[in-house]
Design a protein around this ligand. Structure first.
Ligand code: FAD
Ligand code: 2HG
Ligand code: ZN
Length: 481
């Protein structure tokens, strides 16, 4: 990688001004490690452009010099996607100053947001306009539109509204040569060949810098009902989901699987949390049903569905929140799992998917296989059961520290990923590849997929300046024995 010359740094400083350019360690350090504290990098400077013109000028200058850029939004990546490498050659390109919601059109149900808009701010703005942006996740207070688009983020509402790919109408981006792609057009139909916007969604900053996106809005929440149910097995949880969908319909938009291990972590590490049910259950589900204004309340339907699920033994116990405060408290139990797991110690993290119907059996069998193969480890498998996407995290044996991840993490991960691959699944359901999964992606991605990815990367970013070392394995890594 080319180190930026003093001339390039001077040009960038002059173009971006004091608010947009710094080399001060104090300003840069918080952004040089990932959220989980697993990856640590260095950067030649922190660039914070204020608008798309400044982004375009920055990229053009870097392209001419062959200098690498690492785009960053809220820095909540789960795969080290926004952390530069330790060489210090790359320039960190923060999009956080570009935080303007350009328009909210409630008639067209569209919001045009700059890349640095924080998800929670978009939620508030949509609500003020009588609408809702339905995608949400635990990092909503920091994750940005640009990061969400670039990782094709999922979250806890995918069941009903899909992931970012389904919610993005158009993308505006600066391509690796510094040109501006203006793809925010509101056209409903447009078949002019390859869809560049779709290509940029999930590209993890390797094909360009997303400067803005137009996002689909849905009707505001009229009423929501949040409930918690305890059960014996993940199979019972899947049966409950299907049961609720039959009786309550598509009002069911959140259905999150929480094992006793995850709940225990939250209750021991997150202040102010309380057990949701009187007794403990091996598995739990957090359920959210939402209807827009003017539609009959889902509460009665959910209550009756639970009554029959209790009657048939699918569910052992259940509670329905009777206030917004209680609903928020139940969601807090779910949304704090990553934080609690982080406080507890190291874990090898696996964001996997298999066919939805196969997941309950897969996760029980895979957990037994992993715990038998690596004695002492503790599987903490939670998340988006209704999407067939579980965070199959393997916690270090009790008392082991970060050295465990260094020494055994790779082997554990390869073991889990081999099971997933044998089941026809994906080793990255929603978090992307970043740097964390690069070697495993090279090993398991398949020649056709990897060949196409490399060809696209080479065509659009021939100098390899966009987020190098992420997502696209440039070389074949040696296969594991
Ligand atoms: P960053 O972390 O800054 O960057 C992510 C990637 O996008 C990097 O590769 C970066 O280079 C690139 N990038 C960022 N901005 C741009 C841009 N403007 N143009 C081009 N590339 C860019 N993810 C889920 O999918 N579902 C979840 O349920 C979920 N829950 C989470 C819960 C917690 C507590 C945490 C910490 C993370 C969670 N995540 C989840 C992961 C993360 O929040 C998402 O991946 C999110 O989309 C990242 O947004 P960000 O702005 O923080 O991006
Ligand atoms: C979630 O669903 C996130 O909570 C984070 O995707 C998952 O910490 C994790 O492994
Ligand atoms: Zn998730």
């Amino acid at each position: 990688m080319v180190f930026p010359s003093q001339d390039l740094l001077d040009d960038l400083a002059a173009r971006l001004g004091p608010k947009g350019f710094t080399r001060e360690a104090e300003a840069m350090t918080p952004w040089l490690s990932d959220w989980r504290g697993r990856f640590h990098g260095r950067a030649a400077a922190l660039l914070s452009p204020a608008d798309r013109e400044e982004v375009a000028a920055t990229v053009a200058l870097c392209a001419a010099a062959g200098a690498a850029l690492v785009p960053q939004g809220g820095n909540t990546s789960m795969v080290g996607g926004a952390t530069p490498d330790p060489s210090g050659a790359a320039l960190l390109l923060s999009m956080r100053r570009m935080n303007r919601i350009r328009t909210i059109d409630s008639a067209a149900n569209l919001a045009v947001c700059e890349a640095g808009v924080i998800l929670a701010h978009l939620h508030e703005a949509a609500l003020a306009a009588g609408r809702r942006f339905p995608l949400t996740l635990g990092a909503r207070g920091s994750a940005t539109v640009g990061g969400l688009v670039s990782t094709n983020a999922g979250g806890t509402q995918v069941l009903r509204f899909g992931n970012m790919r389904r919610l993005v109408q158009g993308v505006e981006a600066v391509l690796p040569d510094g040109s501006l792609y203006q793809g925010l057009s509101p056209l409903k139909k447009d078949n002019r060949g390859y869809d560049l916007g779709q290509l940029l969604i999930g590209a993890e900053g390797t094909l360009g810098i997303v400067t803005a996106a137009s996002l689909r809005l849905v009707p505001a929440v009229g009423e929501r009902v949040v409930a918690w149910a305890g059960m014996e097995t993940p199979q019972a949880a899947m049966r409950l989901l299907r049961h609720l969908e039959t009786l309550v319909g598509d009002a069911i938009e959140g259905f999150e699987l929480v094992p006793a291990s995850a709940l225990d972590l939250v209750l021991s590490h997150i202040p102010g949390t309380r057990p949701p049910l009187a007794g403990a259950h091996p598995w739990n589900a957090l359920i959210e049903a939402v209807v827009p204004m003017a539609v009959a309340s889902p509460e009665k339907a959910l209550f009756e569905a639970f009554a029959s699920a209790l009657g048939t033994g699918i569910v052992a116990d259940a509670t329905i929140a009777v206030s917004e405060a209680q609903a928020e408290a139940l969601w807090r139990l779910r949304d704090s799992i990553s934080e609690a797991e982080k406080k507890d110690g190291p874990a090898a993290k696996h964001d996997i998917s298999v066919a939805v119907a196969d997941m309950p059996r897969f996760l029980v069998e895979a957990a037994s296989a992993v715990e038998a193969r690596f004695p002492g480890v503790r599987v903490n498998a939670f998340g988006h059961l209704g999407d067939g996407n579980i965070h199959f995290n393997v916690r270090a044996p009790a008392g082991r520290g970060a050295d465990w991840l260094e020494q055994e993490g790779e082997e554990v991960t390869a073991f889990v990923h081999d099971l997933v691959t044998a089941a026809g699944g994906s080793i990255s359901a929603e978090h992307g590849i970043g740097q964390m999964k690069l070697v495993e992606f090279a090993r398991l991605g398949g020649a056709t997929r990897l060949g196409a990815l490399r060809a696209i990367k080479q065509a659009l970013d021939p100098k390899g300046i966009m987020n190098p070392g992420k997502l696209v394995p440039l070389a074949d890594f040696p296969s594991r024995p």
